[in-house]
Design a protein around this ligand. Sequence first.
Ligand code: ADP
Length: 175
Amino acid sequence: MQGAPYLVSYPGMIKLVLGDITVQKVDAIVNAANSGLLGGGGVDGAIHDAAGPGLLEECRTLGGCETGGAKATSGYGLPAKWVFHAVGPIWKGGGHREDELLASCYQRCLALAVEKDARSVAFPAISTGIYRFPVGRAAAIAVREVKAFLQGHPDREVLFVCFDKGTLAAYQTLL
Ligand code: ADP
């Protein structure tokens, strides 16, 4: 289900991909983790399965992460050199700072990309699975934060990796 990416040249580059984030050949992939950082379902489980046990071992040393934050580990068996573990908000109707906390995840991951000199970063649609954040609303926040970042970092490349066609359509509408 790996389609040809849909490209948007902004300053920098945004790529929209339908597929599995674990196979992306980028410097860093983002994990939609939970606050324990000890693995879970969805994309978190897929990333841990593909990376191998070393990833969980390193995650155990991190002491968890607050909602809206992100922490970096190595990529182990993944093609990516880094994994940025971001903890998105659980959707509770929109009145619990969900938008702000989701924006913070993108900002923290993009700051980690600068810190680690990751030139290309792939994001899943954080919080839109088990955490039930509405996809269109989450995609709008993701696109807004990434475009703002690329203005100041035109040498970078960001991929939005969509696992299903509904998510892809939400990003396509925005891009
Ligand atoms: P959250 O708990 O933050 O909602 P999920 O993992 O449940 O995290 O879902 C986040 C998004 O990641 C959803 O759009 C889901 O379909 C998607 N997803 C699940 N597996 C993968 C994968 N292997 N690659 C890319 N995206 C994935």
